[in-house]
Design a protein around this ligand. Structure first.
Ligand SMILES: Nc1nc2c([nH]c(=O)n2[C@H]2C[C@H](O)[C@@H](COP(=O)(O)OP(=O)(O)OP(=O)(O)O)O2)c(=O)[nH]1
Length: 136
């Protein structure tokens, strides 16, 4: 049978201290106990930037402003599905995120990102963040 293909957007949210927002998937979610850049599935005909803002609002009850470019795009073949993961940088507006589905979150400097147990699809994005030169 053909594997299901998921199109997922993920936010690289950086704060004023150059820390990046990392979220821990809970026991109840798929890929439990793995860290991710928060986001979710893009709906049919939905704009990816709109999808990302929607997902962050749903999952953390806060608003972000996204870049208007894609930071990184990667494909990963999990046992039960294939994911197209689209990472987009973003900035938090209003307030700190509130956990609703995730088990935990943490703000980490780039150099410390590899200390977490990431969802496999996210590893290339973590690597790109660690080595990027022109940060903003
Ligand atoms: N949001 C997000 N999902 C990721 C990342 N890396 C990664 O492998 N994934 C996977 C986990 C999920 O299987 C899928 C995203 O789906 P989701 O979080 O919207 O929804 P879900 O499958 O947990 O739950 P559901 O909507 O099926 O109830 O992509 C990532 O960095 N961010």
């Amino acid at each position: 049978m053909m594997k299901k293909k998921l199109r997922v957007v993920a936010a690289i949210i950086e704060n004023n201290e150059q820390e990046i927002f990392c979220a821990l998937r809970s026991q109840q979610m798929s890929l439990p106990n793995l860290w991710e850049f928060p986001g979710g599935k893009v709906e049919q005909n939905e704009d990816i930037f709109v999808a990302l803002e929607r997902e962050i609002k749903e999952e953390f009850n806060c608003r972000i402003v996204t870049d208007d470019v894609i930071f990184a795009k990667t494909t990963h073949d999990y046992d039960s599905f294939i994911i197209d993961l689209i990472a987009i940088k973003a900035t938090l507006i209003d307030k700190e995120p509130v956990l609703t589905e995730h088990a935990q979150y943490i703000w980490l400097k780039r150099d410390n990102l590899l200390s977490l147990n990431w969802a496999p699809a996210d590893i290339p994005i973590v690597e790109k963040l660690r080595t990027e030169k022109n940060r903003h």
